[in-house]
Design a protein around this ligand. Structure first.
Ligand code: HEC
Length: 342
């Protein structure tokens, strides 16, 4: 029997995502001990403050009888957090107004001294995060305890080592005791399905019509496409009509970028955007200011990957161009069409 490579990868990803957290030692150990497993005895009911300044308790107010997604972030983190935040933002868009109603998203700061409610509010605005997803801060020792209980504690989080920070997201249903970890690189449609259906025991019918129609089909995809999907698509569109692009994406639409930007500038930007921002490259600074002062993360791409990505963006550009021609449209989201005030 011949199984295609990509099928294996998809399957492996799925299985990895499905491994329940009971495999985690901390939680497994607790099983026999607490009188009510997964209940108030296990989860600390620590006090936290939301980005809107509201005081809440972790167990009573945030997770009790709820289906939740929880991750840990810090606003100074320039590496894996922006990707993770952008990815969760996509999941929120797929689930639509269910978030805040029957599915709850919480991002808790692991740098609570710096991340005051005001800082978190600024972060929410910077990422254009819609209502229903709550950012929280509190006492450092409380938050450390919580991370340990959720099996998401990592000794040292240095901005340098992004891999450490990868498995940082957990989704679960407090009343059924089903919890699982997920990766920020997870396909947002898979994550949305896990949260929206699996954790609801498949009872809930999604309200957003496009959930499945939007889901990418499994097929043989190029390197450029797979890189774009996993590293860029959570922040960028290519050729999405103007107003829609700025609602959907955090960063500029990349339509026609190969034509409109100097090649050397473009290649270097993809290789080391952080350095170019630090050096105050004029074009980089102009974009940075235009896009809510949200720095594009250094995604550690090598030259071959950059070539593949630019090739794929060019493909998308041509596709969008043909589509626009067919529809007689001219309002394509170009890279400098970022601000739509009307
Ligand atoms: C976390 C969000 C995020 C991710 C992930 C991200 N970008 Fe960006 N990107 C931005 C933002 C924001 C800007 C605008 C400049 C700034 O603020 O630093 C930008 C700018 C750009 C530009 C310059 C656009 C122009 O008009 O010249 C290009 C090209 C680009 N990104 C490509 C990519 C590619 C390719 C990837 C994936 C490998 C990627 N980006 C991943 C947020 C992101």
């Amino acid at each position: 029997m011949r199984v295609h490579h990509w099928k294996c990868i998809a399957l492996a990803l799925l299985i990895a995502a499905m491994v329940p957290i009971t495999a985690n030692k901390a939680l497994a150990d607790s099983k026999g001990s607490a009188s009510s497993v997964w209940g108030a005895n296990y989860f600390p009911n620590i006090p936290l403050i939301t980005h809107e300044g509201k005081s809440v308790r972790f167990f009573d107010d945030l997770i009790k009888d709820k289906v939740v997604l929880i991750n840990f972030i810090f606003t100074k983190c320039l590496d894996s957090c922006p990707l993770e935040t952008a990815r969760i933002r996509q999941v929120q868009q797929i689930l639509g107004d269910r978030v805040g109603k029957d599915v709850f998203f919480y991002s808790i700061s692991i740098d609570p001294t710096y991340d005051t409610p005001e800082m978190l509010k600024a972060y929410v605005d910077q990422y254009k995060i819609e209502p229903g997803w709550v950012f929280l801060t509190g006492k450092e020792s409380d938050i450390t305890l919580l991370r340990k209980r959720l099996g998401l504690y990592i000794e040292e989080i240095q901005g340098e080592d992004s891999t450490d920070h990868n498995l940082n997201l957990i989704i679960g249903n407090q009343s059924t005791g089903r919890w699982m970890k997920s990766s920020p690189f997870e396909n947002p449609h898979i994550l949305a399905t896990q949260i929206g259906k699996w954790l609801h025991n498949w009872k809930q019918v999604p309200r957003t019509k496009n959930t499945y129609a939007d889901a990418p089909e499994l097929r043989n995809i190029t390197k450029g496409e797979s890189l774009f999907r996993t590293r860029c698509a959570s922040c960028h569109t290519v050729g999405t009509p103007g107003a829609m692009a700025s609602r959907k994406a955090i960063g500029p639409d990349l339509y026609g970028i190969n034509q409109s930007r100097d090649r050397a500038w473009l290649v270097r930007w993809l290789a080391e955007p952080d350095k170019m921002l630090a050096e105050k490259d004029p074009l980089a600074m102009a974009l940075y200011n235009q896009y809510n002062k949200l720095p594009m993360p250094n995604l550690r791409l090598n030259m071959a990957e950059i070539e593949n990505l630019l090739g794929y963006i060019q493909e998308l550009t041509l596709l969008a161009e043909n589509k626009a021609k067919a529809h007689g449209r001219s309002d394509m989201g170009g890279h400098d069409n970022g601000d739509h005030h009307h």
